[in-house]
Design a protein around this ligand. Structure first.
Ligand code: NAD
Length: 315
């Protein structure tokens, strides 16, 4: 049985990590959050020690180490801009880190983490759960078999509109320096998955950008051209989706064919954890291409709508 500590335990995503720790037969021994609304711990690990101050958490982890209780993994569910600091804490304490996406905001943060991996001999793992989604695995297999026999790239339209209320813009998610904005915070899942299946980025354009609310653009990958549109603004939902009272519209088309992957989302964190425990898992170099892409997307100047624009974004 492995011992875990968790940072950011009061947040939205933390229960998926606690479930993964529990379902893989392991134990949460200590948790940290600045906020003390952590009754959710009772659903998973009521005996875990809980801290609201980093210094006391640090002292406790150090005490455990000196008394012979090793923390094997630190799970990191804190806001994006704190990930690299929390990863360093994990590695310096002799634990591997299992960190939420995006692993970091800027590519050079990855280099610093690689150095610490080398210094400590400990590893950094990233939750990139779409890579273990059954439909995405099937698509990857299909592309690997089919692409060598084709004479042209695939055409992909990626549309992800997930409405968020006013709170979103007050929270750290609505602060560009803390979350990175929609392409980084929400798009990273899809960009990582597309690069993983369709190859490296050869060209990127941003057509329109309100970085915290909506962004749209175009990327050329080795095996596909992708028109993408990401938004957290409910006004962008297609009319028929609004009529049905739904708040999210997700669509990926592949030469016009819809890729169905709306189901099967719930236990993907557990699958990622099991892979890590089995000696696999996605490390710094796996995360790098999508971190580099979203960094460029955040920083290049939008060129305006052109013939490569996403059709829904232009409307
Ligand atoms: P959240 O705001 O609900 O939770 C973050 C938690 O971190 C909060 O409880 C907050 O109090 C705590 N926190 C903030 N600063 C801290 C600090 N210095 N020390 C300790 N705790 C601190 O956010 P969330 O939606 O749970 O997102 C957390 C992470 O998970 C983010 O990196 C986000 O991008 C990622 N996420 C991943 C997925 C996914 O599908 N894989 C989905 C949502 C969020």
């Amino acid at each position: 049985m492995k011992n875990f500590a968790l940072i950011g335990v009061a947040g939205y995503i933390a229960p998926r990590h606690m479930k993964a720790i529990k379902d893989t037969g392991n134990k949460l021994v200590a948790a940290l959050d600045r906020c003390d609304s952590v009754g959710v711990l009772d659903n998973f690990f009521p005996d875990a020690d809980f801290f609201t101050e980093f210094e006391r958490f640090d002292r406790h982890i150090d005490k455990l180490r000196r008394r012979g209780t090793k923390i094997d993994y630190v799970s990191i569910c804190s806001p994006n801009y704190l990930h690299d600091a929390h990863i360093r804490f994990a590695l310096r304490n002799g634990a591997d880190a299992i960190c939420e996406k995006p692993l970091v905001l800027n590519p050079w943060n990855l280099d610093a983490l690689s150095d610490i991996e080398e210094e400590t001999g400990k590893r950094v793992y990233n939750i990139l759960q779409l890579r273990v989604h059954p439909s995405i695995l099937e698509l990857k297999k299909r592309v690997e078999e089919e692409y060598p026999k084709r004479d042209k790239k695939y055409n992909i339209d990626l549309t992800y509109i997930t409405s968020r209320g006013k709170w979103y813009f007050i929270s750290w998610k609505g602060d560009l320096n803390k979350s990175g904005g929609v392409a980084t915070n929400i798009g990273i899942h899809f960009f990582d998955m597309l690069i993983w299946i369709f190859g490296n980025v050869q060209h990127q354009e941003v057509h329109y950008s309100e970085p915290l609310r909506k962004m749209t653009g175009y990327i050329e990958l080795e095996r596909a051209n992708v028109r993408w549109f990401l938004s957290v603004d409910r006004k962008d939902l297609p009319e028929e989706i609004k009529q049905k009272g739904q708040r999210t519209y997700r669509s990926i088309t592949f030469d016009g064919e819809e890729i169905e992957f709306s189901g099967g989302f719930t236990d993907l964190h557990t699958v990622v954890y099991q892979n890590i425990l089995d000696g696999n898992g996605f490390g710094i170099e796996e995360a790098r291409p999508s971190i580099e892409l979203v960094y460029r997307i955040r920083n290049i100047k939008p060129v305006g709508f052109n013939e490569r624009a996403h059709p829904l974004a232009v409307e």
